[in-house]
Write a protein that binds this ligand. Structure first.
Ligand SMILES: CC(C)(COP(=O)(O)OP(=O)(O)OC[C@H]1O[C@@H](n2cnc3c(N)ncnc32)[C@H](O)[C@@H]1OP(=O)(O)O)[C@@H](O)C(=O)NCCC(=O)NCCS
Length: 147
């Protein structure tokens, strides 16, 4: 993710989440957070998806992931998630973690298909609806063990 990607990233963020991250939040992650890795998915130079990650020792935290509404349902989210999990392995992370809304069936199904399991809840986590957050984790097998 580069400065020149930010307009595209923000358009996706704002179309995807009721309480979107600001440009400043993305810029903090890009330029100031030493644990952050921010990636975009591009098609013909157009930003169609992105993810914001933290690699914290053994944990890969997926903080933000979205595909542009016009590009959903074409396998890009699956490919992005696979890339993220491979990236976590290559960084030596033992597990990936994330939070998801109970109402987000598409995302929860996608995560379950990639080995994520529900391990807990954060009560009233989301500021807009006061929904709980479901905590999910996936074990990341080390590279080269055939998993
Ligand atoms: C979650 C998200 C990233 C998935 O991206 P995507 O590019 O649509 O994902 P894919 O095309 O790879 O589809 C993943 C699975 O969801 C299914 N799916 C996609 N859109 C769907 C829909 N509207 N209804 C039901 N199932 C759907 C696909 O069929 C696929 O299942 P399959 O593996 O059985 O084929 C995307 O929906 C998104 O950006 N959502 C808004 C942001 C968000 O909720 N992020 C997650 C926050 S935790």
């Amino acid at each position: 993710m580069r400065e020149t990607d930010l307009d595209g990233v923000l358009a996706i963020e704002e179309a995807s989440f009721p309480v979107p991250w600001s440009r400043e939040s993305f810029r903090f992650e890009m330029h100031e957070n030493p644990y952050a890795w921010n990636v975009v998915v591009k098609t013909s130079g157009l930003v169609v998806g992105f993810a914001c990650l933290w690699a914290l020792d053994e944990e890969l935290k997926i903080n933000n992931i979205a595909i542009h509404p016009d590009w959903r349902g074409r396998g890009l989210g699956t490919r992005l998630l696979r890339w993220i999990l491979d990236f976590g392995r290559s960084e030596g992370c033992a597990e990936a973690t994330l939070e998801v809304r109970p109402s987000n069936e598409v995302a929860r199904t996608l995560y379950r298909r990639h080995g994520f399991e529900e391990v807990g809840r954060r009560k009233g986590y989301y500021r807009d609806t006061h929904e709980d957050a479901i905590l999910m984790t996936a074990k990341l097998a080390p590279e080269g063990d055939g998993a």
